[in-house]
Design a protein around this ligand. Structure first.
Ligand code: ADP
Ligand code: MG
Length: 230
């Protein structure tokens, strides 16, 4: 599903070029549950942004579902994102003035789905994450874990094949973190490919494979395979 070949990424800071990714090659199959770990500043979010078509590599090739997206322009990248990828972030990124339901409806507005259909699907998605009784609440009236559930409902409402979560439990206590990871596990059991960046070993335990990033490189080419926790 995902094939990265010798990906590099540099940013220009003034006249200096900062090399953040230094040759990443990686394959991820449909249906995998992968954790990405590594020190702060090692390039995990930069890598996730490239995988998520939020940014493009400086060099190297990226194939997503067999399609070479490496040098797509912003419009083409947006099309790929809207069609096939759901995102979850540490700080939830909910719109504060919109109810849980309206937040979940947003990606469907971009996808051009009718109002009636949007509402039905948003209600379904919120039901699935256990928030049927919180649909009309504003984000501020929800706990951290509930906010992240809304974000997950929003990420899955267009039925993406791939979910990318960058430190999704970074702002949550341990018990809530495990509840959130259970949601990802359920999605993965339904066949969705899940990639999670995390600092926490107990969160990475949910994945079938852990990739260690250090200084913009993958530390162990032969990554650890684990038995499925089910
Ligand atoms: P991580 O997620 O592993 O903490 P990041 O991928 O966010 O690391 O960042 C890796 C390095 O790249 C950091 O040193 C960061 O400052 C730098 N970096 C990330 N994005 C940019 C950018 N847009 N411009 C310049 N430097 C950046
Ligand atoms: Mg990061």
């Amino acid at each position: 599903m995902i094939q990265l070949d010798s990906i590099t990424k540099s940013f220009l800071l003034g006249k200096e070029s900062v090399h953040v990714l230094n040759g990443i090659s990686l394959g991820i199959k449909q249906g995998e549950f992968v954790a990405i770990m590594g020190p702060s500043g090692s390039g995990k979010s930069t890598l996730m942004n490239i995988i998520g078509c939020l940014d493009k590599p400086s060099e190297g090739e990226y194939y997503l579902g067999g399609e070479n997206v490496s040098q797509y322009n912003d419009k083409e990248l947006a099309r790929v994102r809207n069609r096939s990828i759901g995102f979850v972030f540490q700080q939830f990124h909910l719109l504060p003035r919109l109810s849980a339901l309206k937040n979940v409806e947003l990606p469907m507005i971009y996808a051009g789905i009718s109002k009636k259909e949007r509402q039905i699907r948003a209600e379904e998605a919120l039901f699935k994450v256990g928030l049927s009784d919180r649909m009309d609440h504003l984000p501020n009236a929800l706990s951290g874990g509930q906010k992240q559930r809304v974000a997950i409902a929003r990420a899955v409402v267009n039925k993406p094949k791939l979910i990318l979560a960058d430190e999704p439990t970074g702002a949550l206590d341990t018990k809530t973190s495990m509840d959130i990871m259970e949601q990802f596990r359920e999605l993965n059991n339904e066949g969705v490919t899940v990639i999670v960046v995390t600092h926490e070993p107990e969160v990475a335990e949910y994945a079938n494979r852990t990739i260690m990033v250090r200084d913009g490189m993958i530390q162990t080419p032969d990554t650890t395979e684990r038995g499925r926790l089910k």
